[in-house]
Ligand binder design. Sequence first.
Ligand SMILES: NC(=O)c1ccc[n+]([C@@H]2O[C@H](COP(=O)([O-])OP(=O)(O)OC[C@H]3O[C@@H](n4cnc5c(N)ncnc54)[C@H](OP(=O)(O)O)[C@@H]3O)[C@@H](O)[C@H]2O)c1
Length: 240
Amino acid sequence: MKTVVITGATRGLGLATALQAVTEGYRVIAVGRNLSNELDQAIKQKPELLSFEQFDLSNVEKIHEFATYISKKYGRLWGLVNNAALGTDGVLATLHEKDIGQLIRVNVEAPILLSKYLLRPMLMNRAGRIINISSIIATTGFSGLSVYGATKAAMSGFTRSLSREVGKAGITVNTIAPGYMETDMTSGLQGEKLESIKRRSPLGHLAKAEDVAHAVTYLLSDKASNITGSTITVDAGSTA
Ligand SMILES: NC(=O)c1ccc[n+]([C@@H]2O[C@H](COP(=O)([O-])OP(=O)(O)OC[C@H]3O[C@@H](n4cnc5c(N)ncnc54)[C@H](OP(=O)(O)O)[C@@H]3O)[C@@H](O)[C@H]2O)c1
């Protein structure tokens, strides 16, 4: 059985991905700060395939210890999905330094360190998958999301160089760039602003977290063994 770690799997895209991965037969370790009801219910139904590990990824100095604990408890991993992120918005001129630091820590430093330490068992296996969740904002830009956009662009740069480093060991590294999805992260965007985002899509609607999760589980699968260093955009055509 293949084991995958999915960060930020208590809600939103991470939860949708965890549920799909379990349906496809992976053993999933869902990481987050607070166990949600939905994740708790799903664990009760499939305790042999789904577990929750509480960890606050802003504690970057504890990531090495956390990764060692995960490897000891669950054995060698097949995959890591770096999905957890903060979506703090605000114009740069007034954004607090504390919020800027926190965005960079959770969205960039944490996935890099987690990849560094969880790659080791994959290198020993000479096989594995790393999937970094970025955003279309990394390339389109969005007023009020300059720091968030910088962190998401960092993920695709990280993916490309890391894919070159670990490819010979049979490990693929890819990015998924979702468009706007209706999750807790975007609950502040409503009304006309939301309608205008929907209108920009050639399909006239938005991609759902489940649609993006399908792209993640595809990249986890053997079918995607010759895709690395790539970005898959799932945005219902918004950036076409
Ligand atoms: N929603 C969108 O429109 C959209 C568009 C493009 C890209 N994305 C990207 O898609 C990914 C998922 O977004 P989402 O919309 O599903 O977000 P969400 O609904 O806000 O969920 C975020 C997840 O990350 C976890 N998380 C946040 N801070 C954490 C921390 N310090 N330590 C551990 N876990 C933490 C949360 O769990 P806890 O609260 O339990 O810690 C939660 O499970 C993110 O990378 C986001 O940038 C989202």
